[in-house]
Design a protein around this ligand. Structure first.
Ligand code: NAG
Ligand code: NAG
Length: 236
């Protein structure tokens, strides 16, 4: 109880991000809205040419929102709220993580072949009434769930205590990777992908020391998938 209270308190203090190692959120990268648009709009736009039917998308999204305790009226345009609620839910334990993964599975099944387009940033931007921050927050949520609900699941299940320790007791070291990323990006704005490469290496080293090489790889991979569409050739 006290633990959860302290976690909640630290999230409130660090308004820019939640720094949750199970589910990174866009605010963690300390980028401005303008930087988010600049750096995350360079990748291939071909997926956006596919189709996403708004009716099943709305229904799949409502189901996911309900699974993380939000009103079904919560749409993809409320990405901060969705991310926050997902983090709150999975922080309750492995059973809740499994439940979120079940909801994500349902979401994917409802959308079928249209999944990739429905969660594509260029497609979502084209729907209007949103901005790059929201779209990237949503896309990252889905990308990260993809990993933590597949390859990542067993790694989390077996290492949850040391992963948590990376957020709590050793949280300053973990967050240092994000602060260094911010400093690097701002010092050399034209080398975003170089900064990204150093950043994912920082995360890998931190969790390799904190836990083991599996966790180091997994946490690096979790960060890599969020950047891979705009920075080619990143490896963990
Ligand atoms: C995130 O969730 C916490 C706990 O449920 C809540 O207190 C906080 O207001 C939420 N923040 C946002 C931006 O939704
Ligand atoms: C990110 O870096 C910039 C430039 O060095 C700095 O002004 C800003 O305060 C940093 N943001 C955070 C949240 O540390």
């Amino acid at each position: 109880m006290l633990h959860r209270f302290l976690l909640g308190l630290s999230s409130v203090c660090l308004v820019a991000g939640l720094f949750n190692p199970l589910l990174p959120s866009l605010g963690d990268y300390l980028l401005t809205e303008k930087q988010v648009q600049t750096y995350f709009s360079t990748g291939p736009k071909n997926l956006a040419l596919g189709s996403c039917n708004s009716v099943p998308f709305a229904s799949a999204q409502a189901g996911f929102a309900a699974a993380v305790g939000l009103p079904p009226t919560t749409t993809w345009r409320d990405a901060n709220t969705l991310t926050n609620a997902t983090i709150t839910t999975i922080d309750q334990g492995i059973d809740q993580l499994a439940a979120v993964c079940g909801a994500r599975q349902q979401f994917v099944q409802t959308l079928g072949q249209t999944y990739d387009t429905c969660v594509d940033r260029f497609y979502l931007i084209s729907l209007g009434n949103t901005d790059w921050w929201n779209v990237m927050q949503y896309t990252h949520l889905m990308k990260h769930l993809e990993l933590i609900c597949s390859t990542g699941f067993d790694v989390y299940q077996n290492n949850i205590d040391c992963i948590r320790k990376g957020e709590t007791t050793d949280g300053n070291q973990y967050r240092a990777c994000f602060y260094k990323f911010n400093a690097t990006v701002n010092a050399n704005p034209n080398n975003f992908c170089g900064a990204t490469e150093s950043f994912i290496g920082c995360i890998k080293d931190f969790f390799t020391t904190e836990c083991n090489a599996y966790v180091g790889w997994m946490q690096c991979e979790l960060e890599r998938v969020g950047f891979a569409y705009d920075c080619y050739g990143l490896a963990c």
